[in-house]
Design a protein around this ligand. Sequence first.
Ligand SMILES: Cc1cc2nc3c(=O)[nH]c(=O)nc-3n(C[C@H](O)[C@H](O)[C@H](O)COP(=O)(O)OP(=O)(O)OC[C@H]3O[C@@H](n4cnc5c(N)ncnc54)[C@H](O)[C@@H]3O)c2cc1C
Length: 349
Amino acid sequence: MTHAPDLRILGAGPVGCTLALALRGSRHAVRLVDPQPAPPSGFRPIALSHASRLILERVGAWGGFAVTPIESIHVSQRGAFGRTRLQADEAGVPALGYVAQYADLVTALRARVAIEGGAQGAARCTVHAEGTDANVQERGYGHEALVARVSADPGSASTAFERFTAEGPLALLPLAGAWAVVWAQPAASAAALLEAPPQAFLDALQRAFGTRAGRFVAVHERARAPLALRVRRSRVEPRAVYIGNAAQTLHPVAGQGLNLGLRDAWDLAQVLHAAEDPGDAAVLARFAALRRADAATTIGVTELLARGFLGGHALARALRGIALTSLDLVPPARRFFARRMIFGPSALP
Ligand SMILES: Cc1cc2nc3c(=O)[nH]c(=O)nc-3n(C[C@H](O)[C@H](O)[C@H](O)COP(=O)(O)OP(=O)(O)OC[C@H]3O[C@@H](n4cnc5c(N)ncnc54)[C@H](O)[C@@H]3O)c2cc1C
């Protein structure tokens, strides 16, 4: 006979797997459940922050998948003044982040945990890590993300680019000598670019981005992903808790969704390690309180970048220019911004 687990984690995505690994050695019997036996296929670049690296190191998964370090991030806007550059050494970290492929990361994490295909019986606490919940109200951006892997001449090294265009933000992440492109687009143009002949796609990308990353010469995988903000009102319910995308799904503009989700998983594990009853209302309330500031500020910064930097109006462009230039001229502000994006609220002075 199988006993009901103390803890049931629904979802063996990166967040659910990280929680399961972080709970190793705890007093709780844990079951990890996912109906999808195979790791996901398809191209999705993920920028992992330095803080995510530390979490993945602690759970023993760092080194199990390929990463490309980001040593500087260049932020600019198309057709207007204003730019800034964030540097790893200024932020006091070896790299601002690391670019990996989502499928590689999940494969490495899944190799380190046992996964069951179905959830049966009761548990003292159910952790929801099933990813985006379609029932949570969405605030759309009128955009989709067009994701592509592109080769350029010269190849990429360790600089990432974030460029704000009137149509939407465009990120270029270095990935093993190529570029991972995450390009927010109105849905119709994302659909057209997905199907466009390779040269037409490369020409459109070159026009939108300019020549700062060299000449785009080949496009490999291309995919589309919907974009919306979904934030669950409360991340706890009786004997249940929500983490990762199940709690909040963000625009990928600032590359924060998974990083925030990994911090959810790590903090939940620390709270549960100390708890007698993992589903106790006071324990879950402690976790919710612990996560409030990090989630609110990460969502706020992402929303500012996703919505505040949209639009081609001259005044909006000028304000963005002033914001970027001020950040460029004030090193402590730049350092603060970089560390905030890397560590969450623990970077607050
Ligand atoms: C184009 C794009 C680019 C992105 N770039 C970045 C980035 O650079 N940096 C960053 O930090 N984030 C990025 N993100 C966000 C990131 O992908 C997500 O935040 C992250 O995948 C969330 O992980 P998760 O484990 O919560 O959910 P998911 O990755 O969605 O995993 C959920 C898991 O739950 C399983 N599941 C579903 N239903 C059930 C069920 N009923 N029972 C049990 N299991 C179930 C699924 O099979 C899956 O394995 C990006 C997202 C997109 C779309």
